[in-house]
Structures are given as C-alpha cells and as structure tokens.
Write a protein that binds this ligand. Sequence first.
Ligand code: FES
Length: 312
Amino acid sequence: MESMNVTVAERRQLTGQICEFTLAPVDGVKLPTFTAGAHITVETPSGAMRRYSLVNDGSDPEVYKIALKREEDGRGGSKSMHDDAVEGTELRIEAPENSFELTEANEYLLIAGGIGVTPIYAMSQQLLREDKPFKVIYCTRSEPDTAFLEEMKSTLGDRLTLHHDNGDPDEVYDFWDHFEEPKNIKVYCCGPQPLLEEIEAIAGHWPEGRVIFEDFKPVDAVRPDDTPFEVKLEKSGVTVHVPEDRSILEAIRDSGIATMSSCESGTCGTCKCRLVSGEVDHRDMVLMDEEKGDHIMICVSRAKQGDLVLDL
Ligand code: FES
C-alpha cells in the first residue's frame, strides 16, 4: 500500500465534538486522486491506524480533508487526533481506497447518521457536480451536533431532509415510506450500527445490490462480559495481565512491549501471532479455520478460558 507523509494544514471545528482536518502533502508530493466514498488510513499520533472518509473533491486534490468525531469511549484514535494532531503535525497516511463507491443508477438516496455524514457529504457534492438526481436524509441528535450543516443546506436545498431525534429513541426518523415499495434507485447509507441494522431490516425485500452500507465499526475488541486473563510471552519471558476492558494488543503495549498492528479491528492480518498453547475465542475476520489452532489475532481475540501462551 502506497503511504505518504502529510501535515495538518488547518483544523476547523464543525461541532463541539467534530473537527475537520485539512492535510497537505509534504515536499510537494502530488496527492493521488479519489472518488466520493473513499477513505484514507491515517497513523494517528498515538500510533493507531484509523480509516477516515475523505470529504473534499478528489478529482485533482491539493489537500485531503477528513472530519472526525472525538469518541470518548473509543479506542483512542480519534482522541489522539483531536488532542495531538495540531496544525503543523506530520502524519503518515495510506493512499485513498474506495469500498463505498457510487455506481451507475437512475437516482440515488443517500442516508447519513451522525458522523456517518462524511462519505455521504462527499457523495452529495459529487452527484451535484455530475448533475445526477438524488436526495439526502441526514439524521443527527440536534442542530449543534450536525457537521456540515450550513454547507449542506445551501448546496442541497430541498434535496436535503434533516432530522434531529434529540437523543430520544421514540423520535428517530421513520424510513419505512422510502423502503415500502422497492424502487429502481440506489441507496447509500453510513451511520451508527442501529441505523444500519434498521435499514437492512426494512430493505430486506429490495433486490440485492440496491442498498449499500458503509460500516467503519470495527469488531469489538472488548465486550461487556469479557473477563481478565494472563498471556505468557514465551520469547520475552514476560507474563502480561489482560484486564477485562483491554485487548491483548493493548495490554502488551501497556506493559512497554512494542508490537505490530494496523487496523486493530481484526481485519488486516498485521497483528497475527503464533499461539503456543491455550484456548482462543477467535473474533477476527482474517484467520482461516485451519490456522485457528495455532494462531491468534491479538487486536481482537481473547482467551476463551484459562490463560494463553504466545510465541512473542
Ligand atoms: Fe489488523 Fe489485528 S491489527 S487484524
């Protein structure tokens, strides 16, 4: 994967918790182009790799713009960006990739929930430039929590439906009217898990490929009923305690031992370790069944019971 260095050229606070970062290339490097829906992977100042959607026009980009929400309960990537990626900070990024690309359709419906607006905003601007028919439904908690509010109102006019639920589950937007009759349009959705699940459920009778989801939600490294255990690192001769609310990877790092990772969500394969002994609760999406007896992805998987011994 092509990687490059950029500097934080500008920060713009979009809401109390959402900040837009403008990233400029270092040494006059030409930035690769991209289409709406693309993301870049950013090595945050804490060292964690995170994917963020690009929000600017990617046809001839002089900068990359991303917007991210400070997630207090997250795994630290967004906090590290908000706290430590100040103007002038140099960051390493990987070139844009697009797994949420707009494909040919008669008409589009774009649905965003909260910070899921980032690719949807980029798509709406691309469809405007291409003069294609589309509508946007954008749901947030309240107006002050709504990123790109003014830009979207002024560029989209009556193509935009805004909905605020004030954090009340009884006030969430009712999507049924849009999905009752399957239509010959494409729907793109990005937002929190409950929103995506609801749309997946009510669009079950739509032909395949008409409703497309972007879901950056990683595999949960830690779940509410997780318990602590010990991991013995055979090569280093160290035993690390893994608390109920930390992943093995985090616990190893907490103890001062450096170890490789990238996605930290069980999807890239970077943190793969050889398992010497122990019973593993495999939670990754990488290992083949035949590898599961003697390997573990330490960013998400845990001990099923008892302790583990790793070849580290
Ligand atoms: Fe990507 Fe663990 S860091 S699978």
